[in-house]
Design a binder for this molecule. Structure first.
Ligand code: CUA
Length: 315
């Protein structure tokens, strides 16, 4: 009962109890049956406890029967039923066939996201996952250094990302909407600061989005974005970041080709706005402790604003 009351607050974009896919619905269903089963056992135990403490002494035979029925038979039946029910909910082989494959690499502390396409090469982006409604998406998960766990509560269970191993997770979202994914395994100083927006779109809309993400970056048209691009290259940002279609081709940090189109900055920690972008560039370590990207606090305010204008223009 207490769990039921507490769980009424578990709505919103990052809740395993507000499922937006078949897999998440199974997890939520299993959760509620487990709650009901454990409540039944708990009630039985408490009732027997009260009976033993307050009841009048009865014959030894009655007592033995009570222990047998309520202490052994009832828990065996309830737990056995829950086990059989839980096993039936396991995904079948058919559920594991994928319509779409996405590699996600857990980095410190952000997500490298690579869409593998049948026609054309892979498309890399970061800290954002978009999925077409009704298609089974296979996530191919890995990490170069520490263990993370990839979790989109609204869409299904979590899966560890383990250095030296590839793990897989197949999800099929059924409901269009915006959700939130997070790292579910303590991985270091900014573990709590590596989230990512998840958007489930209609298939045609998704195709258009992926095509746009595959295109090279747009050249900056006006000032201060043009000066921003020159500063971006002059300060060596291209050593870590790629902006496809320019000479910036670093592979250490997030790909920035279409960073202006993303729903957040710094892996879900800041809104994607020019002022926030400039603040991020100047104070990376203050915003995200132990982050690998150095703070560019030596740049003048107006230089930071120019770089932010350039990056925000990369739609
Ligand atoms: Cu990555 Cu916790």
């Amino acid at each position: 009962m207490v769990a039921a009351l507490l769980a009424t607050g578990c709505d919103g974009p990052q809740s395993a109890l507000a499922p937006a896919s078949l897999d998440a619905a199974r997890v939520a269903e299993l959760f509620w049956w487990m709650v009901a089963g454990s409540a039944a056992i708990w009630l039985a135990v408490i009732t027997i406890g009260l009976y033993a403490a307050r009841g009048r002494p009865r014959s030894e035979r009655a007592g033995r029967r009570l222990i047998l029925v309520a202490g052994a038979l009832l828990p065996t039946l309830v737990l056995g039923a829950l086990l059989i029910y839980g096993l039936r909910l396991m995904p079948s082989a058919h559920d594991q066939e994928a319509d779409l494959r996405i590699e996600v690499v857990g980095e410190q502390w952000w997500w490298r996201v690579r869409y593998l396409r049948d026609d054309g090469g892979p498309v890399e982006l970061a800290n954002e996952v978009r999925l077409p409604r009704g298609a089974r998406a296979e996530f191919i998960l890995s990490s170069p250094d520490v263990i993370h766990a990839f979790w989109i509560p609204s869409l299904g269970g979590k899966r560890d990302m383990i250095p030296g191993r590839i793990t897989r997770l197949v999800l099929r979202p059924d409901r269009v909407g915006e959700y939130r994914g997070a790292c579910a395994e303590y991985c270091g100083g900014s573990h709590a600061l590596m989230a990512f927006p998840v958007v489930v779109m209609e298939p045609a809309e998704f195709d258009a989005w992926l095509r746009a993400q595959a295109a090279p970056a747009r050249a900056p048209g006006e000032e201060p974005a043009r000066r921003g691009q020159a500063l971006f290259l002059a300060n060596g940002c291209g050593g870590c970041h790629s902006v496809r279609g320019t000479e910036a081709d670093g592979v250490i940090g997030p790909d920035l080709t279409h960073v202006g189109s993303r729903l957040s900055l710094g892996a879900g920690v800041l809104p994607n706005e020019p002022a926030e972008f400039a603040r991020w560039l100047a104070h990376t370590e203050r915003i995200k402790p132990e982050v690998r990207m150095p703070a560019y606090s030596m740049l003048a305010r107006e230089e930071l604003d120019a770089i932010a204008a350039y990056l925000e223009g990369l739609q």
